[in-house]
Write a protein that binds this ligand. Structure first.
Ligand code: HEC
Length: 146
């Protein structure tokens, strides 16, 4: 009897651990995406002329994109296709290489923009190239907003 209870406990624990891992990956990638969105705020206001150009803030955002892209690449395990209110499309797992290449491009162009942006004029040409990745990837790999 005791052994059965102990056995059941182990099975239950193992199941909840497996699930926790998958929900954890979903939560982590959603939080990193929220941080990406947060990092676009100040530069978006500068693009619109609603805030003065601030080179330091722009560079901080571009650094955030680079570190987040590296972390994001690791957060799509096979057991995270569903659950946790994920908006990830199944296409991610059928085109994993293409999908991960997007993160590489995003990181690479963020780094290039960080080097190229010296003033407001260069910001205005470089910034759109970087944020273009957000919408382009979402179009193919994230459930469209209703
Ligand atoms: C390579 C693909 C890719 C790139 C690049 C990308 N995203 Fe995402 N994003 C996704 C996917 C997939 C999801 C859905 C994740 C989930 O729900 O599991 C997502 C989710 C989000 C969310 C919703 C997070 C939540 O609250 O659940 C926001 C906000 C977001 N992205 C903003 C951005 C911004 C801003 C950028 C660019 C600076 C960006 N993303 C770049 C693929 C990408």
């Amino acid at each position: 009897m005791l052994r059965t209870v102990a056995g059941l406990l182990v099975v239950t624990l193992a199941a909840s651990v497996a699930q926790a891992q998958n929900l954890d990956a979903i939560k982590q990638r959603q939080n990193l995406m929220k941080a990406n969105a947060e990092a676009t705020k100040a530069p978006t206001a500068m693009m619109k002329g609603e805030a003065p150009f601030d080179l330091a803030k722009v560079k901080t955002s571009l650094k955030t994109f680079q570190t987040n892209a590296v972390k994001l690449k690791t957060l799509w395990p096979a057991d995270s296709k569903t659950g946790g209110d994920t908006k990830a499309l199944p296409a991610i797992w059928t085109n994993m290489k293409d999908y991960l290449d997007w993160f590489d491009g995003f990181a690479k162009d963020s780094k290039a923009a960080e080097a190229a942006i010296k003033d407001e004029a260069t910001f205005k040409t470089e910034w759109p190239k970087v944020v273009n990745y957000c919408g382009s990837c979402h179009k193919d790999y994230r459930v469209a907003k209703k």
